[in-house]
Write a new protein. Structure first.
Length: 86
């Protein structure tokens, strides 16, 4: 489905380009940047990157940006030691 530019509220006929996003059910939302996010307390977080990962699990230490905290943590398996001395 193709999204057309829309009139902005109060913009008197001005148009804005649509932003493209990608949903990943096991990860962040990916948004073409630059991006401004209005947080719950009213502050604005801004990123100038060309692609921004937005946290959807709220585990990120750098919320609203994703730091991959949603990924399951796996312990590194150490190889068994050689028990047959040569």
């Amino acid at each position: 489905m193709h999204a057309e530019p829309r009139n902005t509220p109060g913009g008197a006929g001005t148009t804005r380009s649509a932003r493209r996003t990608a949903r990943d059910p096991k990860g962040p939302d990916l948004v073409e940047g630059p991006v401004e996010i209005v947080l719950d307390d009213g502050t604005v977080a801004r990123s100038e990157r060309f692609l921004v990962a937005l946290c959807t699990c709220r585990r990120s230490r750098i919320y609203p940006w994703c730091d991959t905290s949603h990924r399951p943590r796996e312990r590194a398996v150490t190889p068994p030691e050689d028990r047959n001395p040569s």
